[in-house]
Design a protein. Sequence first.
Length: 278
Amino acid sequence: MPTDAIAHYREHGYAVIPGVFAAAEVAELAAAFDRIQAEALSRGRSWRDRNVFFRMADDAAKGRILRYVQWPGWIDATLEKVRRDPRLFAILAPLIGRDLKQIINQMHWKPPGAKAEFGLHQDSRSRRPREAFRELAASYVQTGIAIDPHTLENGAMVVIPGSHRRGELPFDSSRPSMNVALDDARHLASLGVDVSQAVPLLMNPGDIAIWHVHTLHGSGPNRSAIDRRLYINGYVTAANCDRGEWAFRDGVPCPLAGEPALVHYEDLYTNPGPMFVD
Ligand SMILES: O=C(O)CCC(=O)C(=O)O
């Protein structure tokens, strides 16, 4: 990774690395997103098979949409290969080392006109049970590959620069981050967060954003005529996490294989599905 991006990440809690994936590779990713969306829409309802989870939602503006998919890498070869791409390793290794597990593998999709918002939050809130996710500040990096242009109009992610240095904020744990308006500042003001400081992560297809586990981030509605798709993969120093799938062992990519590992779905062994979940 360019050293200026490392410095930017350390200083501001995020960075954008331009042009990591070529146009032809992005087209393959877009085709993979399309395949999975078609499968999700054909089922029509949220659906789980072990860690693979299709989250349908009734969007306030758009009606029923595929909001996100967890662990699509298990069911799509293109997405599986990209999650362990050496270019991702080159970005991650200077920050969190050479032995890396993966704890997030997610497609996020805001179709044209959808609200599909994420209120400002820190990813640390989702790293539970906490005893399984150690040394949060030094061990976790989230990455997002832009499939489409990410602009102000189509709901690019926004971050509050430097917020990672505040550590974990005492958020109201009952406040969800999904479907909370990005500009809902009520709770944040009491935490001393000035939402006017937020900056958008403007990206071209093939760019990668990285952000810290304590960086405040969210995203607004898609007011444009194009999709806003983001392929999110989150990694952790293996020694500091009991959960997750191996992604790189001493830098060597590890394909997903065998039985899925326990990550965030606590009922993996007792209620694996396949099943509709709403
Ligand atoms: O897709 C987005 O805009 C938001 C993603 C996000 O907030 C997250 O994955 O934690």
